[in-house]
Design a protein around this ligand. Structure first.
Ligand code: SF4
Length: 415
């Protein structure tokens, strides 16, 4: 085995993860082809999945498809196709890669899962602009293409505190979705099914929070880069039983690593916070570089975005409104800073890497003085990487590698 391979410790539960995701994609494909009964909804990644699930929809997440396009680097073939039809290179590169792949009639699913020729055809589309405006534009485009209804939530933005008035507004918006969803699914709304979806999502979210929290241990049993791969079920299969079973198994394995003192990064010496989106096409290269430098990226705001602590099946509408409105991405700058300071302390972080994703200002938090304020408050160094989630035209391998090396040296001196 080469030295490089040793840098990435295999997580045994990965096999179970692969099976789970394979079954998810094939199930949707069968429904889409009419080989199995059901309907398909497309949903944004922090959209009202539990409500859709209560109507029995199988749910496709275009952002998950966007991440696949990024990690396979096919995004680079498809982004220009969307650019050519008027979608700016400066808007979300998940959107442009996904729309480009649709226009070309191609998907990485075909290679990963033989027999799947396209993403599933939607019966309805549902967004939540809690994260950004782009998701609305994205789903409205497909609503026209497929001639199906699109529904959405437009919550207030940038709050220091989420107040009862904000929740009431979003609850009403959620309830307003019901008639369209009843029509698209052919099913009548059932509050008990909705409660059950919320219960399942809550359990999934709690377990996902638990496994992420295991990285607070020194040494950490896994890394942010592992989390980016293992988050699939928390995003795509929440509101079902499958991710609950999966995260129980993953938790057990990682707890064993902690008990045995097994480090994800051999000789872990530095602990890093990754702020912002992953750079999907460079996940492996970055993971290996940090490992070579004995630095473990232990925490991120990104992976933590699918912990919905407020979910409560006894108050399904209110708690759903709360959870999807109080997300980190949707909050004021001071709130974000307080959150990050807490994470730095809890995960014993030595330095913070901010990814300034050029096509996602919404999830890039280095633009209003946050790195400088955190350096001052916490006395730890920060680094800003200029790059993008999917568009590698905005990424310089050489500059990034050099900057990371220099940053790690600075952290060593600071320690
Ligand atoms: S939050 Fe950023 S990456 Fe996600 S859909 Fe919006 S613009 Fe794209």
């Amino acid at each position: 085995m080469s030295e490089k391979k040793l840098l990435r410790k295999r997580i045994e539960a990965s096999k179970q993860l692969n099976d789970l995701m394979r079954d998810y994609f094939y199930r949707m494909d069968r429904v889409s082809k009419g080989e199995e009964e059901g309907k398909i909804a497309w949903c944004t990644s922090v959209g009202p999945a539990e409500l859709l699930s209560a109507f029995g929809f199988q749910i496709h997440y275009p952002e998950n498809h966007g991440a696949m396009l990024g990690s396979t680097r096919l995004a680079m073939e498809y982004i220009p196709v969307a650019n050519a039809m008027g979608y700016s290179p400066e808007i979300c590169s998940y959107l442009t890669s996904d729309v480009g792949s649709y226009l070309k009639g191609e998907t990485p699913l075909s290679k990963a899962y033989p027999g799947i020729e396209s993403v599933p055809r939607p019966d309805v589309l549902a967004y939540n602009t809690n994260q950004c405006r782009d998701v609305r534009e994205w789903l409205e485009y497909y609503a026209k293409e497929f001639d199906v209804p699109v529904v959405g939530i437009n919550p207030p933005h940038g709050m220091a505190e989420v107040l009862p008035g904000h929740i009431d507004d979003v609850v009403q918006q959620l309830k307003d979705l019901i008639p369209t969803l009843e029509k698209a699914s052919g099913e009548t709304f059932d509050i008990d099914r909705f409660r059950e979806s919320m219960r399942l999502s809550r359990e999934c979210s709690e377990l996902w929070g638990d496994v992420l929290g295991l990285a607070q241990n020194v040494p950490s049993p896994w890394t942010f880069f592992d989390g980016c791969i293992h988050m699939g079920p928390a995003v795509c299969l929440r509101a079902t039983q499958e991710p609950i079973d999966y995260y129980r198994a993953l938790k057990e394995e990682l707890e064993q690593r902690v008990a045995d003192g097994v480090a994800a990064v051999e000789g872990e010496h530095l602990r890093i916070y990754w702020e912002g989106m992953p750079i999907w096409g460079k996940l492996r290269a970055l993971s290996e570089q940090f490992s070579e430098l004995n630095a473990c990226v232990v925490v991120s705001t990104y992976c933590n975005s699918w912990i919905f602590s407020a979910f409560d099946e006894t108050r399904p509408f209110e708690s759903m409104a709360q959870a999807y409105t109080e997300l980190f991405i949707n909050r004021s700058e001071p709130h974000k800073q307080t959150h990050m300071e807490r994470m730095v302390r809890e995960y014993k972080v030595d330095g913070i890497v901010f990814h300034d994703a050029k096509t996602c200002p919404n999830n890039s938090n280095s633009r209003y003085g946050m790195p400088q304020r955190l350096e001052e408050e916490l006395g730890i160094p920060t680094l800003v990487i200029d790059a993008d989630l999917n568009d590698l035209r905005m990424y310089s391998e050489e500059t990034t590698r050099t900057n990371i090396e220099a940053f790690i040296e600075q952290l060593e001196e600071n320690k």
